[in-house]
Design a protein around this ligand. Sequence first.
Ligand SMILES: *[C@@H]1O[C@H](CO)[C@@H](O)[C@H](O)[C@H]1NC(C)=O
Ligand SMILES: *[C@@H]1O[C@H](CO)[C@@H](O)[C@H](O)[C@H]1NC(C)=O
Ligand SMILES: *[C@@H]1O[C@H](CO)[C@@H](O)[C@H](O)[C@H]1NC(C)=O
Length: 496
Amino acid sequence: MASCAALAVLWWVAAAYPVVFRAGPVDGLAVNWGTRALHPLPGEITVRLLRDNGFDKVKLFEADPNALRALGHSGIQVMVGLPNELLAGVAGSVNAAEQWVLQNVSTYISKYGVDIRSVAVGNEPFLKSYKGQFESVTLPAVQNIQAALVKAGLGRQIRVTVPLNADVYESGDGKPSSGDFRPDIQGLMVNLVRFLLDNNGILAINIYPFLSMDADPNFPKDYAFFPSPGAPPSQASVQDGNVLYTNVFDANYDTLISALEKNGLGSIPVVVGEIGWPTDGDQNANVPSAHKFNQGLFDRIVAGKGTPRRPQMPDVYVFALLDEDAKSVDPGNFERHWGVFNYDGSPKYALRLANGRPVVPAKGVRYLSKQWCVLRPEADPNDPSIGGAVQYACQYGDCTSLSPGSSCGSLDVRGNISYAFNQYFQASNQMKNACAFNNLSVITTTDPSRGTCRFGIQIDTGKHVLIGKSAAGRASAISTAVLLVVALLPLMMAAP
Ligand SMILES: *[C@@H]1O[C@H](CO)[C@@H](O)[C@H](O)[C@H]1NC(C)=O
Ligand SMILES: *[C@@H]1O[C@H](CO)[C@@H](O)[C@H](O)[C@H]1NC(C)=O
Ligand SMILES: *[C@@H]1O[C@H](CO)[C@@H](O)[C@H](O)[C@H]1NC(C)=O
């Protein structure tokens, strides 16, 4: 109880600060901008969305040319990522590292005026599921990139980091003060962080209460969220000496801090590289949960309120800015739904950002026509070619919202089929022959959305205007493939 009251007082004091000291357009928010979308929101629109909402730091997973050019002269500080696939090459060759820095960093600074402040070498390279494949190349890659930055005259202005998953550290008894690095990479972690520390680098750590909760049906749900001010602490709170940990973020972050301190590395600056909550594609991924988690998170960021071991909130790169409908769903169908904003930059929920300001939608987005592709009303949903057609549509379009417990998870059979057809039709730029599923589909101008299930209309990225031939060519190639598959279906289905 005593520590609770103390926390409440601290909260109140911290919450009063931003109003006094952080007025003005820059609110110090940071976010991940991933670009794995079928129709990416145009760069200039995205940069305006960032600025309008007070994001002044952004993290990119790769040196995406459209994103970087749009960020030029925007006043937004950028962290550029070097993907895991490039680690081995850069680790093995100083020249490859120099070329990467030249092409993907120096050029954007000098030619486009991008304010690049850090380079993220690899992305969660020590994740257990990678089975060690990046363990030997990560530190050499960091060393070569650091040397290349120095050689390019950027050694002072750009800091190197490695975004790591929270599974690089653990606590034997669940108490944050017992934190240490994972035994199998103990030596590697010490060497890596030591190098970063000696070279003015930073450590980025990705923390996902959602994944902790999703992986364990017995995980105490309220402990995954930040407690509302004044609410009683979660039953699952962890008493660690004098400190009561009331939520998984604080406990997790302080486990890292303990691990660093235990290894004499406590002075390395730490940022949170990713944290967030998805809204769809899983029973734990929905708008109310994401709203609750992210509002708690933004309130903490804006208040600057850190953890028991580090009272100052670090830079926190929220994951993510936008939904990405072309991301791999290996981790789960929720993977395409992490955005605070929908794919088109419209807010998903009424988030309050700095100074209680409501979230602002993207401006100037152009959409394709108001039309959808659905199952023809007279068509038989049990037609033998339906199964293959839906499977095909969902291979190119994104059908993750049809998963059980998701926004479109309770559609009837006809609704399911229509949803799949429409996703494919939109992904194909609404080409007429992308709604030609063996005479089972039809284009409609009546919005088929119902309940929580939104039948989307894709963004008009303008590509077919600017580079008409190639975009249209690709879309019609996809459609031809559909026609082929659909034509072949009866044969395929008839086969034993
Ligand atoms: C620059 O980054 C892009 C995107 O990650 C990558 O494809 C390219 O190979 C990089 N350039 C060099 C020289 O490594
Ligand atoms: C398409 O289906 C409709 C009825 O659903 C039928 O009247 C029409 O003849 C069909 N067209 C073709 C080309 O099979
Ligand atoms: C709709 O599709 C989803 C995903 O493929 C499936 O799990 C569900 O059972 C389908 N629902 C109906 C009513 O067919």
